[in-house]
Ligand binder design. Structure first.
Ligand SMILES: Cc1cc2nc3c(=O)[nH]c(=O)nc-3n(C[C@H](O)[C@H](O)[C@H](O)COP(=O)(O)OP(=O)(O)OC[C@H]3O[C@@H](n4cnc5c(N)ncnc54)[C@H](O)[C@@H]3O)c2cc1C
Length: 111
């Protein structure tokens, strides 16, 4: 059994933990969080509504040297489908994607 330790139970860390469990066999995932509760920042995002994504998500907005994998992830990632698979209904409001409930709490519960 492989053991993966993720530092930080924010949106990134928890989504990563979910994907590790979904995509890898025989893996034990541990998430370490310094705060008493996970997802503290996520609950405040988008004025408590949690803006999950936007239509102008573009590879050009990423800096750094590791460009090819980022490009592949962005071109293949279907935000609405991914969140639906985790049990979260979402909706577009203009260019911005929100949970259908318009509450960050719904996203926190799913994660
Ligand atoms: C007011 C506000 C509104 C925002 N609105 C939006 C929005 O609408 N849409 C959007 O996409 N983004 C928004 N953001 C940005 C938002 O913070 C990020 O998108 C999201 O929270 C990033 O998640 P993360 O997991 O990368 O980081 P974080 O949420 O910061 O999570 C990192 C976690 O790691 C923990 N940690 C750090 N170091 C350690 C350690 N050494 N040991 C253990 N634990 C550790 C931290 O305590 C924290 O819980 C907003 C930010 C703020 C402040």
């Amino acid at each position: 059994m492989k053991r993966i330790i993720i530092i930080g139970a924010g949106a990134s860390g928890l989504f990563c933990a979910i994907k590790c469990k979904e995509l890898m066999n025989n893996v034990d995932v541990i998430v370490l969080e310094a705060n008493k509760q996970p997802l503290k920042k996520l609950l405040a995002t988008g004025n408590g509504r949690c803006n999950l994504s936007n239509k102008s998500l573009s590879f050009d907005q990423y800096n750094g040297e590791v460009t090819k994998p980022i490009q592949e992830i962005i071109s293949q990632f279907d935000d609405q489908k991914e969140f639906l698979e985790e049990g979260l209904l979402t909706k577009w409001m203009g260019n911005l994607l929100y949970p259908a409930s318009e509450q960050a709490k719904s996203v926190a519960e799913v994660l």
